[in-house]
Design a protein around this ligand. Structure first.
Ligand code: HEC
Ligand code: HEC
Length: 289
């Protein structure tokens, strides 16, 4: 009888421990998501509206509405808060995962540019779960956003279904930095020259893409270790450009790079980003398209 009672006590302690461990794990997931979303991943750089002064609108995190007017499309960032009618509140985790990594909505339609699917396909499973956990706890905002218009054919898909993806180990800083600058941060989406057939990844980081907006035009700079790029810059100068939007000569960098988010990139992730940029083959600055 005593043995039985002891077993019961044991079982309940075990159960309590399991619940505590699960709670701790859940918290870690949201915390990881919060860090990613408010630093290098920066979905809000497209999905959170900005006011006329260019500042993110308070209380409307991820509520959508920003317009991307280009020749082939007028795209509008949808509301990705958990509002059930105008946001993604009714989507399952699996549906969200598929939308973010594969660019397919629950109704089977393909999500168009400029959402960077070539890069998001490489988001690791654990980080994808963290991002989704974060999305679930953002305050829901009611905001119906008009559909995008594409004056170009969208591909039937962005590639075959994505299987399991693991993040590279942090032991190799440059390799982890490549994961930060590619799948997570899509730095290379803006900083790699575009050709009629897509991004020329043999010239990753060579810059040259123009970006039009209320700021006029800005041209993505060369972030390879070339004379026309970051050669000769100190680690601190590179970190300041990324976090604060201040170039080596002290001049202010223009949007659309997400400095509001990048300012929160951790020292460890910044070291990895810098190690990766320094590992790139030096490339001359690409001419603007
Ligand atoms: C460069 C800008 C940009 C970035 C960065 C971006 N998105 Fe998007 N996203 C868009 C646009 C524009 C659309 C709408 C495209 C369309 O209408 O087909 C979209 C569509 C979506 C959709 C589909 C919503 C719907 O109702 O159809 C989801 C979900 C989504 N984004 C989530 C995310 C998440 C999560 C991130 C960060 C990991 C992210 N986006 C980063 C621009 C962006
Ligand atoms: C949405 C497009 C976009 C994304 C994403 C982006 N950048 Fe940029 N970046 C730019 C543009 C455009 C400029 C130049 C702005 C200017 O000339 O005022 C720039 C400037 C820079 C500079 C300054 C170089 C110099 O000579 O002053 C660095 C360094 C840089 N980016 C690194 C990064 C890194 C690292 C990431 C990812 C964490 C990133 N960028 C993401 C568009 C982008």
């Amino acid at each position: 009888m005593r043995a039985f009672r002891r077993a019961l006590v044991h079982a309940s302690i075990l159960a309590a421990l399991t619940i505590a461990a699960t709670a701790a794990r859940a918290e870690t997931l949201v915390e990881r998501g919060r860090y990613l979303m408010n630093s290098v991943v920066a979905c809000g750089n497209c999905h959170t509206p900005r006011g006329p002064d260019g500042a993110l609108v308070a209380g409307r995190e991820l509520a959508g509405g920003m317009e991307f007017a280009e020749e082939p499309f007028t795209a509008r960032a949808p509301n990705i808060t958990p509002d059930r009618e105008t946001g993604i509140g009714a989507w399952t985790d699996a549906q969200l995962a598929r939308a973010i990594r594969e660019g397919v909505r629950p109704d089977g339609t393909v999500i168009g540019p400029p959402m960077p699917f070539q890069f998001y396909r490489g988001i690791a499973d654990a980080d994808l779960r963290a991002i989704i956990a974060y999305l679930r706890q953002v305050p829901p905002v009611r905001n119906a956003v008009a559909r995008s218009e594409y004056r170009m054919p969208l591909p039937p898909n962005w590639g075959p279904p994505v299987g399991r993806v693991r993040a590279p180990s942090r032991d190799n800083a440059a390799r982890y930095g490549a994961y930060l600058a590619g799948p997570l941060g899509h730095c290379m989406d803006c900083h790699t020259p575009l050709t009629p057939t897509g991004r020329d990844m043999t010239r990753a980081g060579a810059g040259g893409q123009p970006f039009n907006g209320p700021w006029g035009v800005s041209v993505a700079r060369n972030i390879t270790p070339h004379d026309t790029g970051l050669r000769g810059w100190s680690d601190a100068e590179i970190a300041r450009a990324i976090r604060e939007g201040v170039s080596r000569d002290g001049s202010r960098l223009k949007p659309p790079m997400g400095f509001d988010f990048y300012r929160n990139i951790s020292p460890r992730d910044m070291r990895a980003l810098v190690a990766y940029l320094r590992s790139l083959p030096p490339q001359p600055l690409a001419s603007a398209r």
